[in-house]
Design a protein around this ligand. Structure first.
Ligand SMILES: [Zn+2]
Length: 276
């Protein structure tokens, strides 16, 4: 089945991973800007990273027939450095018109601090000013519930935001309802053992239905599995869910959400075949 991974950090992955994803049916990926595992020292580091995301990574993906899209920001972990964060936010518009840029992300909170909240709101300002979609990181584990509430409050406080153009990722059983009820899209980030597993994600789909819900692998430099979305497909089939429902979650929903962005010029595989 063709599928789309809406949140995967391919700069951390090998070319073999691209080949495996293509074999599994992956036709597109969207890669939010992320923490590198260490705090970057200057705005120039981010400029280089954004060049990698908007240029080189798209070419690497294209070799395997995978269309690559990206989101730009300074992540919550580095937001503690408010001065650097503001320099990065001021530089981001240089890249917003690059092909494949979908918006601002993954912004959010990590430890739910004041500085993180300040920089989160300044990213929202940027998104509104440039009419960009937003992709949001919610904290993991103990900080998740409170952090998600703080994020939803900040989003709902800004009446200029169109909730249908905001994707809130890393939702779990105790946060997904709040996200969906406010009219946002929700993404379940799948991990092999810890956090949200494919089985728990299928539970969530069964509880809340497939509307505005999608699944991703994170696929970063930490413990994560880039083929987690195919694992979800297998688990849904094992439980007897129809192909149409699976396709909605792993393919049609990401496309419907991303199509709201001008940078999303996706060509479905069957359209390519028709043209040939
Ligand atoms: Zn991420």
């Amino acid at each position: 089945m063709d599928y789309f991974d809406p949140h995967i950090h391919m700069v951390s992955r090998t070319t073999d991973d691209y080949e495996t994803l293509a074999r599994m049916g992956c036709v597109g990926v969207s890669e939010p800007a992320f923490w590198a595992g260490f705090d970057r020292g200057s705005v120039e580091s981010f400029r280089d990273y954004f060049r990698q995301l908007t240029d080189f990574e798209a070419k690497r993906a294209a070799q395997f027939g995978i269309q690559h899209y990206t989101w730009l920001c300074i992540n919550a972990k580095e937001a503690e450095n408010v001065e650097l964060s503001r320099e990065v936010i001021a530089m981001i518009p240089e890249f917003l018109d690059c092909p494949g840029v979908l918006g601002i992300g993954e912004i959010g909170l990590n430890k739910n601090t004041k500085n993180e909240a300040t920089i989160f709101v300044e990213h929202l300002e940027l998104a509104v000013k440039y009419d960009q979609q937003i992709l949001i990181h919610t904290p993991h584990l103990a900080d998740k519930y409170q952090g998600t509430r703080m994020i939803l409050d900040m989003l709902c406080d800004d009446s200029r935001l169109d909730h249908s153009r905001v994707l809130v990722d890393h939702v779990e059983e105790h946060t997904v309802r709040h996200v969906l009820e406010e009219g946002f899209w929700a993404g379940m980030t799948l991990y092999p053992v810890t956090k949200c597993t494919p089985a728990r994600a299928v539970d969530i789909i069964e509880m809340y239905g497939p509307e505005r819900l999608m699944a991703n692998s994170a696929g970063d430099w930490g413990p994560s599995k880039p083929t987690a979305v195919p694992d979800l497909i297998v688990e849904m089939r094992r439980r007897g869910h129809p192909e149409s429902l699976i396709r909605k979650v792993v393919y049609e929903n990401p496309l419907e959400f991303f199509r709201q962005s001008q940078g999303f010029q996706f060509t479905p595989r069957d359209a390519e075949q028709t043209r040939v």
